[in-house]
Design a protein around this ligand. Sequence first.
Ligand code: FE2
Length: 348
Amino acid sequence: MRRCGNMGKTDTHIHTNYSGYNTKVGALRFPESVIDPSVQVDNARKNGVDVLCITDHNEVQGGFAAERYAKRYDDIEIVVGDEVMTDQGEVIGLWLTEKPKKFLTPEETVDIIHEQGGLAIAPHPFSVHVDGMQEKIFELPLEGFEVINGGHPDPYSNYFAKRVMDLYPGRWAETSGSDAHSICTTNYNWTEFPGTTADDLRKAILNKTTVGMGVPAPVLGQFQWSYEVVWGGQKLMYQALRRKLEPVPGNELIAKCLRNTDMKNITGIIMGFVYDVPFTGMLATLISTATLKRRAKKALKHIDERIAKVQKLIADIDSKKFLALTGKDVGPLKEAAAEVELPRVITH
Ligand SMILES: [Fe+2]
C-alpha cells in the first residue's frame, strides 16, 4: 500500500528498549522491546516516514534519545511521546516534555498531557486483549484515537473503533499506529497527514485531517518479536553477568538487568532457552492469537447493540456539555448524536 499525493507519513505509536519489561508467559518477565531508538529512526527513514512518534511505556527518555539521534538527518522529525498507563487503560501523550505519572485517573493524565502542551490520543481504545480505555474515551477531551492498531489483527478491535470514528466525522482525529516493539512489525500501517513536518502533523491532528492507513502486522511479525525480546533479554543479562552492561538514564530494562542478582540473571538466561528451544514461543503466539480471534468473534455478535449504546452515551454527554455551555437543558437525546446539530457546538 502506498501513500497518496502530498500527504506526509507518520507512525504515531512505536516503542523502543526504553519501554521496560512485562509478563509474557506465566511468571516469566520479558523485555517489551530490545530495539534501540536509533534503530527505530533508521528503519523509519528506510520506510519513508516523515515524522516518528516514540511512545514508550511510561517513559519519554527513548523519545529524547531518538530525537537527539535524528538531528543528523533532515528527512525525519521525532515527536516525543509516552504511552501512559492510567487506572483505566492506556493513553498516549504526544509532544511531551516529561513523563506523566502512571496509574493516575484518565482525566488527570489527559490534563497533565495538555498542561505540557501535548496532544492526547487513545491507543487501541476497544481492544479485546490489552488495556484500552473502552467507552471511557468519550468522557475525555482527547484529540484522537486509533482506528488501526498494528498489534490487533483480530476482526473486532480496530473495526469497532473505525465504525465509531466514522459516525462522528470531525470530532476526533483518526490515527493508525504500528504499536511496534520491533522493526519487523513496522510499516504495515501508518497515519497520513497534509504536509510533512511535525508541526504539520500537530495541525492535522487538531484539524482532524489525519487518515489511518494500512493493516495490522501479520502474526509472523509478532512471533519474530517474541523471539527477539527473549534473545535480546538473554544478551543483556549475559552482559550484566560479565559486568559489561552500563546504566542508561531512563532505561528501566537495563536498570532491571543490573539490579538482578547473578543467580536471577543466570535463571533468566536458562528460562530464555526453555522459551526458545522447544518452540514454546511459536506455540504461545499461536495460542494467544487464536484466543484473541475467538474473543473478537464473540464480541462481533453484539457489535450493533454496542454501537447503539455508544450513540446514546455520546448524546447524553453532549447534552450535559450543552447545558454547561449555554444553560439550556435540551433533555436526554433520543437520536444518534451524529444525526443532530448538537455535537457541532461541542469542542474539545
Ligand atoms: Fe503500545
